[in-house]
Ligand binder design. Structure first.
Ligand code: FAD
Length: 466
């Protein structure tokens, strides 16, 4: 038997994009139906992305603190990790949030339908769950179907070869773990598994880790982790043979040198693919590009005027905070508001140890654009707070227009760097000049003060460092 539903706004997917769009649309008075193929709401971010990874990174941080405690005169016995309890902590964190989202949906009377959705027309979606079909007839739709991990064609299927979702299950701590891809996700997992006891080898095709970030920031991260990870840059994995005793991994560097080594497991973290190819978009006449992205305008509208797209499925950067902001725009446009997605910056953070964070233009981008810019760098070795926390390896960098002092971007590497980035994003959105940051009184001693001090270096109000 087929169930039929009529709704004002259909939202396909319940990740940060989907639930934010559904809640905003409901708050604006519309009847909303949200479709999710998994049993829990929250999408990749809450279930197998941002949140479980941050819970495990916290575990890694506690282990790091314990490891460095002798430097400050405290001796602990060697920490023991109870993997079941670590997993339970992660699952509890995820559960609190996914249940919270379910409660918020209920509170707003957002209808939630579980099952796999695919378009059958420009105003109709079919949802299948356990052989039962629900047909949803909608006036407007917001597609928030997200993305999935990609693999490489030569990589075989084997339980020891993981994607990020597998790695987050924490099924085992392999003695030797290969991380394929030195981007944010690969390095966050490297941080977790190294602390839990794996020997880590990171293989990255580009000539630097976190290729999107400025090299000088990444260098600080890499120096701090010297001896912790074996990093092989400008190297590509060309084959993996899954034998009974181990995975035999072959790779080649830029000079053509090849090696084959044994690993107990491998994490493939080479990127994500948008789900535009798996929702039968063509039945609704929605354009999907060759990579699986759904092109949208600055109001999140697809080529079909009453169908909108948000989040990972519409393009990079694939980040939760981009998805939530796009979500609000789509819901508001449907409600008749003149809303646009036009941010001046979308911040990026690698929650590694130390964290690497940047917002606005990177130095690399400012150079490519041919801008007349300068940088001001405040080393954390001169920060009382960083020294007092025994973490002085970091630095705070501002990138500003030489002609008028306008803040163009900023990069911070160090413990909790991501928490310091908000001021720079706000500054960029407000059109701040470095003088504005320099004249803003930052509390002493804080890590946040390094932003003010970098601005004072740019401004010339301080000229040297202790
Ligand atoms: P998703 O969260 O992918 O949600 C899409 C939902 O749609 C899913 O629940 C899916 O099941 C559902 N769906 C798809 N197709 C269908 C269908 N046909 N029928 C029914 N349901 C369907 N971003 C950050 O900003 N910060 C971080 O720290 C961060 N860490 C991450 C760590 C990892 C390991 C990973 C993998 C990602 C991380 N991300 C992070 C990225 C972030 O998770 C995504 O950018 C974000 O989840 C995108 O939200 P979304 O709403 O577009 O899609």
């Amino acid at each position: 038997m087929m169930t039929k539903i009529e709704t004002d706004v259909l939202v396909l997917g319940s990740g940060p994009g989907g639930y934010s769009a559904a809640f905003r649309a409901a708050d604006l008075g519309m009847d909303v139906t949200m479709v999710e193929r998994h049993d829990t709401l929250g999408g990749v971010c809450l279930n197998v992305g941002c949140i479980p990874s941050k819970a495990l990174l916290h575990v890694a941080e506690v282990l790091t603190e314990a490891e460095h405690s002798e430097d400050i005169g405290i001796t602990f016995s060697k920490p023991e990790v109870d993997l079941d309890k670590v997993r339970a902590f992660k699952d509890k964190t995820v559960g609190k949030l996914t249940q919270g989202v379910a409660g918020m949906a209920k509170g707003r009377k957002v209808r939630t339908i579980h099952g796999n959705g695919s378009f059958v027309g420009a105003n109709e979606l079919s949802v299948i769950k356990d052989g039962e079909e629900t047909r949803i007839h909608f006036k407007n739709a917001i597609i928030a179907a997200g993305s999935r991990p990609v693999s490489l064609p030569f990589i075989p299927e084997d339980p020891r070869i993981w994607n990020s979702t597998d790695a987050l299950t924490l099924s085992a701590i392999p003695p030797r773990l290969l991380i394929l891809g030195g981007g944010i996700i690969g390095l966050e997992m490297a941080t977790i598994y190294q602390k839990l006891g794996s020997e880590i080898c990171v293989v990255e095709f580009a000539d630097q880790l976190i290729p999107a970030a400025d090299k000088d920031l990444v260098k600080v991260y890499q120096n701090y982790n010297k001896g912790r990870f074996d990093v092989r840059l400008s190297t590509k994995v060309t084959g993996i043979e899954a034998k009974e005793d181990a995975l035999y991994v072959t790779a080649e560097d830029a000079k053509g040198n090849t090696w084959t080594e044994k690993f107990d497991a491998a994490l493939v973290a080479v990127g994500r693919k948008p789900n535009g190819d798996s929702i039968n978009a063509e039945a609704a006449g929605i354009k999907v590009d060759e990579r699986g992205f759904i092109p949208v305008d600055d109001q999140q509208r697809t080529n079909v005027p009453h169908i909108f797209g948000i989040g990972d499925i519409v393009g990079n950067p694939m980040l939760a905070h981009k998805a939530t902001h796009e979500a609000h725009v789509a819901a508001e446009v449907i409600a008749g508001h003149k809303a646009y997605f036009a941010p001046l910056t979308i911040p990026s953070i690698a929650y590694t140890n130390p964290e690497v964070a940047w917002t606005g233009l990177t130095e690399k981008e400012a150079k490519e654009k041919g801008l007349n810019f300068s940088t001001a760098v405040f080393p954390w070795a001169a920060s009382g707070r960083a020294l007092g926390a025994n973490r002085s390896e970091g630095k705070t960098k501002l990138i500003y227009n030489k002609d008028n002092g306008a803040l163009l971007g900023g990069g911070i590497v160090g413990k909790n760097a991501g928490e310091l980035l908000g001021e720079l994003s706000l500054g960029i959105e407000f059109g701040a000049e470095v003088e504005d940051l320099a004249l803003t009184i930052h509390a002493h001693p804080t890590l946040n003060e390094t932003v003010g001090l970098a601005a004072e270096l740019a401004n010339g109000t301080i000229t040297d460092l202790p």
